[in-house]
Design a protein around this ligand. Structure first.
Ligand code: IPM
Ligand code: MN
Length: 350
């Protein structure tokens, strides 16, 4: 089996952490007898500053023909905020219809959480964020821009189809995890009479197809409290795009920070994309200091998605060993090892 993988190292420290992810992928592929064919693309701030290109049509066409995409980080200090994020990251999510943003929040042994008295037995859930609708579609506009009477409208788009496929993914994931068999939906039914109402009605209807899964609803503001106070309550959480954006950062912090948090942009029937959550961290660029664990975790998710379950398990076990025994802190420069050494340690433990 040979997998065709597009690699987008991106900006800042993206290329450094991607290198370590690739190191691990190559090592585990050799052990588990499959091949990976990597195709590199230099999308990001440098290319934009040199050529004005953000995501050329020709590249997009090629990306549609791979199995998965491995993305490092997007964001360049000399490029106006929004251009690369919307032009690359969001455009890929939308065009490739990656409607699930999958974010495991799992605290590994030996990793510090800011939550007092909570450990790995309390923090192990998955957030499913709707990834193609809500407030992210760009629907809206200005009226009387630049005048004292200016009006800005930003519309939240919620389609029955988009909501339903996301909820179904959540129910299926509960069954697959087979832990608490509990799906928590977060919205604002007390305020958002249309958007959250559609989510709530669809949740109730779809739940009938999954009698083994308990359903649970919480307002998203309250969810922020419970994620801190009682993270052990959660198994799978599902929510819309912007709420999901916010709570996944909260999730990243309680699992040890951006050095470890990874995510998948999933189209179960198309091309999916995996990325560390950390961003381009420009001040650490080229210093061999950044933590590559999140990129390695993204590769682990990719392997699982591709159906290489044994390889995925192997990578996770190796990560657990390295996290438990070798890494002092998740923060850049405080790991007790360089970026490349952390990648080497994971390979050694495979
Ligand atoms: C994320 C990021 C993006 C988002 C930004 C960079 C556009 O914060 O993946 O969570 O808001 O979705
Ligand atoms: Mn975000």
């Amino acid at each position: 089996m040979t997998y065709k993988i597009a690699v987008l190292p991106g900006d800042g420290t993206g290329p450094e952490v991607v290198d370590e992810g690739l190191k691990v992928l190559k090592a585990v592929a050799a052990k588990e007898n499959f091949k990976m064919d990597f195709h590199f693309y230099d999308l990001g701030g440098e290319r934009y500053l040199k050529t004005g290109e953000v995501l050329p049509e020709s590249v997009l066409k090629e990306l549609k023909a791979v199995q998965v995409i491995f993305l490092g980080a997007i964001g360049h200090p000399q490029v106006k905020s929004g251009i690369l994020e919307q032009g690359i990251l969001l455009r890929l999510r939308f065009t490739l219809d990656q409607y699930i943003n999958l974010r495991p929040v799992k605290l590994y042994p030996g990793v510090d959480t800011p939550l007092k008295d909570k450990g790995p037995e309390h923090i192990n859930f998955v957030i499913i964020r709707e990834n193609t609708e809500g407030l992210y579609t760009g629907a809206g506009g200005f009226l009387k821009k630049g005048t004292p009477d200016e009006i800005a409208v930003q519309e939240s788009i919620n389609t029955r189809k988009g909501v339903e496929r996301c909820l179904r993914y959540g129910f299926e994931l509960c069954l697959k995890r087979n832990r608490q068999l509990k799906l928590t939906m977060a919205a604002k039914t007390n305020v958002l009479n249309y958007a959250s109402d559609l989510w709530a009605r669809t949740f109730e209807e779809v739940a009938r197809d999954y009698p083994r899964v308990k359903t649970d609803y919480t307002h998203v503001d309250a969810l922020c409290m419970w994620m801190i106070k009682n993270p052990e309550w959660f198994d799978v959480i599902v929510t819309d795009n912007l709420f999901g954006d916010i709570i996944t950062d909260l999730g990243a912090m309680i699992q040890g920070g951006l050095g470890i948090a990874a995510g998948g942009n999933i189209n179960p029937h198309g091309v999916s994309m995996f990325e560390p959550m950390g961003g381009s961290a420009p001040k650490y660029t080229g210093k061999n200091m950044i933590n590559p664990m999140a990129a390695i975790a993204a590769c682990q998710m990719m392997l699982d998605y591709l159906g290489e379950k044994k390889a995925a398990e192997r990578v996770e076990k190796a990560m657990i060993q390295v996290l438990g025994k070798h890494i002092k802190s998740m923060a850049a420069g405080e790991m007790g090892h360089t970026t490349r050494e952390v990648g080497d340690l994971v390979v050694k433990c495979l």
